[in-house]
Design a protein around this ligand. Structure first.
Ligand code: GLN
Length: 533
């Protein structure tokens, strides 16, 4: 479709964590299946410039885009559902909005005016919302607004949406996601919080066009009618989002309730045939058919699901394509010791050693690397996980008992992992890493080459430290091979031990690019090895 770009805003009320990211991704998926060119962006109301400096306990995993932006984890959902590639422009925070306004003010761009939230901050928000749509041609730009209505931080965003809806007419639409709680004592689903949330939106001057109600129990017609009546929304525009066995069911549930059709009608577009979503359905059927489990031990220091979101999704996608159910056990690396490692990892078909920063939990990761290596259990080290594999190997095979990463021990004489020369002078913590997609050349005949079936790959990075090339020969001679090299910098990106079943460490983050319809070759190959006895 050529013509004016349409804007869909997704807001949330009543509670956070209702799955706005999944709903935005599902809408994207359904419109894309109808042949529209779409993109999805996230606006976060916090003051950080980007989530790169945030502790994963605050906002879960930090996702990285191909162009090297540290982004909100919802961008991961957008990519996994739709296969689009997001960039820095797809994730904007209040911090970035203010920074750009303040920079303009310092440059004198505002010609002496008093800078205010309205119009200066809201104009900057509006400009950023429209940026993707003006630079490229998209039929739809879906904009998810972080936080919930009623938060002080959200107000400038709501005001911007109000103005945009007014300016764009039929080309803009608001989908509001709320929660309908079930009161066990009264045995009733309650729509009052939804009504209040919509009132709050209305008092900001926004009439939602579509309501998506998150619920644990089926909403009957009467309840939907009631919500429609109280909230000035058409009955068919009240859609429920029932808990699903997997988030990947959500697009189908939305399609069954004609969410996409309602959007098209409201925006004055032809409806046409409902797309069959063939490959997507096949993926889900395969997922439901799988009964046997593949048992993975995930060794990390954050005892929180969202901290390893992309890794968990990559495992579960790869498990499906190997006709297995993923049984992932989280193992806290701070509590993993030589004494309990056999109990913790002994029953696992495969081990993943997670990325991370800093000293905390590092010894447990080394223990896991050692256990995987000495018991020949398929082991996958990602970023810090790869560095731990290298350190463990140096300590126990090369015989350097004090081998370490410069990150953990500044004075180690055996700095097998070291800081890059260019990074040494940097003291600022934000955005100072090797970030985004880099080229890597794979060694023919290696296991990773077999997995990718090609020589040239590109993978996303997020780290400061690197494998120290001075030790490369020693590693290779002792049986740990450097099988992926950055052609520009000669940095080692992948190590593997060919004598073992599957023992591979990667300096990059393959988990960021695994999608539902294109699972990542390394995860596929790792799970395959894990299930091959
Ligand atoms: N802390 C390590 C580094 O900075 C690894 C980072 C990571 O695992 N993402 O190099």
């Amino acid at each position: 479709m050529q013509g004016e770009t349409k804007y869909i805003f997704v807001t949330g009320g009543v509670a956070s964590s209702l799955g706005k990211g999944i709903i935005s991704s599902s809408i994207g998926k359904l419109l894309q299946a109808r042949g529209y060119n779409i993109t999805i962006q996230k606006f976060d109301p916090y003051i950080n410039i980007d989530p790169g400096t945030l502790n994963p306990y605050e906002h879960g995993e930090c996702y990285v885009t191909v162009d090297g932006h540290e982004a909100d984890l919802d961008l991961g959902h957008y990519e996994r559902f739709t296969g689009i590639r997001t960039t820095k422009a797809n994730n904007v925070t209040t911090g970035r909005i203010y920074k750009s306004v303040i920079d303009k003010e310092r440059r004198g761009d505002y010609l002496g005016k008093t800078i205010q939230i309205i119009p200066h901050i809201t104009d900057e928000i509006k400009r950023s919302i429209k940026l993707l749509g003006t630079k490229n041609h998209f039929d739809f730009v879906i904009t998810e607004i972080g936080g919930t209505v009623g938060d002080i931080e959200s107000l400038p965003y709501l005001e911007s949406i109000r103005q945009l809806k007014w300016e764009m007419g039929k080309n803009a639409l608001c989908v509001h996601l709320t929660y309908v709680p079930y009161l066990a004592a009264a045995k009733e689903l309650k729509t009052k919080p939804t009504q209040h949330s919509v009132k709050q939106l209305q008092s900001a001057g926004i009439q939602p066009d579509i309501l998506v109600l998150r619920t644990e129990y089926d909403l009957n017609t009467n309840l939907r009618k009631k919500v429609a009546l109280f909230c000035n929304v058409e009955e068919k525009a009240v859609v429920q989002s029932l808990d699903q066995p997997t988030i990947y069911e959500v697009p189908l549930r939305m399609q069954e309730q004609a969410l996409d059709t309602t959007i098209l009608e409201k925006m004055g577009l032809p409806v046409g045939e409902t797309p069959s979503l063939g490959p997507w359905r096949e993926f889900l059927e395969r997922r439901h058919r799988a009964t046997e489990a593949v048992k993975i031990g995930l060794v990390g220091k954050y005892d929180l699901q969202d901290a390893y979101k992309s890794i968990l999704e990559s495992i579960s996608q790869a498990a499906t394509y190997n006709d297995r159910k993923a049984d992932v056990k989280f193992i806290n690396s701070e509590k993993l010791t030589d004494e309990n490692v056999a109990v913790q990892l002994g029953d696992r078909d495969g081990i993943i050693i997670c990325p991370g920063f800093g000293q905390r939990g590092i010894e447990g990761k080394l223990t896991a690397a050692n256990y995987g290596r000495t018991h020949d259990i398929p082991t996958f080290g990602i970023c810090l996980g790869m560095q731990c594999m290298a350190i463990e190997f140096a300590r126990n095979v090369l015989g350097f008992a004090d081998a370490n990463s410069r990150e953990m021990d500044e004075k180690t004489p055996h700095n097998v992992i070291d800081i890059m020369e260019e990074q040494k002078s940097i003291t600022n913590m934000g955005g100072t890493m090797r970030l985004g997609a880099y080229e890597c050349v794979l060694k023919k005949g290696s296991r990773v080459y077999e997995a990718y079936r090609k020589e040239h790959i590109q993978e996303r990075h997020r780290h400061r430290y690197e494998f120290n090339n001075e030790y490369k020969d020693a590693y290779e001679k002792a049986g740990m091979k450097c099988v992926g090299i950055n052609p520009e910098s000669d940095l080692v990106e992948i190590v593997e031990i060919p004598a073992l079943r599957w023992y591979i460490g990667v300096q990059f983050h393959p988990e960021y690019s695994s999608t539902v319809l294109k699972p990542h070759p390394l995860f596929l190959s790792f799970i395959k090895a894990a299930i091959t006895k």
